[in-house]
Design a protein around this ligand. Structure first.
Ligand code: PBG
Length: 322
């Protein structure tokens, strides 16, 4: 035998040399859950190790992460039912706690990237990403609300807006609102191929944001569809997106690769709450090695073509000091 691929696997040092994919702490955005109040740190039952923080404790947690090299955070607020309404008014109330928090985080850590989510669900009494009328999600009326929310987040100091709502035309609409108001430097990371997935369950627990009726299948993509992601990618690109995102990540590695091979924009992937919960739950039972399963999944997301990974594992990864 002249060719023996095993020669390149014979020691750790050689394996290190021929390693094709390397994860870095710089790849990550750490999603964090924010609640109102002081001195609050409440674990999400279905996401062991992940907490909802009040701003004071979130600042401490961000500082700890920055010391580990994590420089980007995606902030998701949880609102009580009493603050929700059909129009998601709280999402752009200038005095609301999440906008104040974004401002505080940016002024405390100016070098950190703060990303925000643009969608109505955490503030909507219907629990949908868009405006609901007679059981239907209204597209164009929702854009007006998303525009107000985006402007409020930009005014608070957000660096990257993440429209996760999947309404048609929202990237262009938001870009226009931002530019007209002088926020030409605020970026848009579009949830380009966001699928109607079962893997968002723990996130909806964390925010109490599950839809009150129906599901999200008229706006989020059908898990059966692959080429349709290219239609979304073309639109988001034309409309001015700075990053294209695929979500979830692990069941959609083929879609990550598809977008990577068909776009020159940076591709992000969201390693979602259910993907985190699965590994944590089986590791807790001793059914698999949690650390190795985490590393292998994160690696697969990068190998598939993701330049940016949003993951609840970000801090755990950083703690390994790789
Ligand atoms: C809200 C939103 C969701 C996630 C991010 N933004 C949930 C949903 O669409 O129902 C999911 C994140 C996760 O599961 O980790 N539009």
């Amino acid at each position: 035998m002249i060719r023996r691929p095993r020669r390149n696997r014979k020691s750790q040092a050689i394996r290190n040399m021929v390693e094709e994919t390397r994860l870095s702490v710089k790849d990550f955005i750490f999603p964090m859950f924010l609640i109102d109040g002081v001195n609050q740190k409440v674990e999400v039952a279905s996401m062991p190790g992940i907490y909802r923080y009040s701003l004071d404790l979130m600042l401490k947690e961000i500082e700890a992460c920055v010391n580990l090299g994590i420089m980007a955070f995606d902030i998701f607020p949880a609102y009580p039912e009493s603050k929700k309404d059909k129009q998601a008014t709280e999402s752009h109330n200038p005095d609301t706690f999440y906008l104040r928090a974004i401002h505080k985080i940016k002024t405390t850590f100016p070098e950190v990237v703060v990303m925000t989510d643009v969608a109505m669900d955490p503030y909507s009494s219907d629990g949908h990403d868009g405006l609901v009328e007679n059981g239907k999600i209204l597209n164009d009326q929702t854009l007006e609300i998303l525009g107000k929310m985006s402007l409020a987040q930009a005014q608070a100091g957000a660096d990257i807006l993440g429209p996760s709502d999947m309404m048609d035309g929202r990237v262009g609409f938001i870009r226009n609102v931002l530019d007209e108001n002088g926020y030409t430097d605020v970026s848009i990371m579009s949830y380009t191929a966001k699928y109607a997935s079962a893997f968002y369950g723990p996130f909806r627990d964390a925010l109490d944001s599950a839809p009150k009726s129906g599901d999200k299948k008229t706006y989020q993509m059908d898990p059966a569809n692959y080429y349709e992601a290219l239609i979304e990618a073309d639109l988001d690109t034309e409309e001015g997106a700075d990053f294209l995102m695929v979500k979830p990540a692990l069941a959609y590695l083929d879609v990550i690769r598809l977008l990577k091979d068909n776009s020159n924009l940076p591709i992000a992937a969201y390693n979602v709450s259910g993907e985190y919960a699965m590994i944590k739950a089986s590791a807790q039972r001793g059914w698999l090695d949690g650390e190795r399963a985490m590393l292998e999944s994160l690696l697969s997301i990068k190998r598939a073509g993701a330049n940016v990974i949003l993951s609840y594992f970000a801090k755990e990864f950083a703690l390994l000091g790789k």
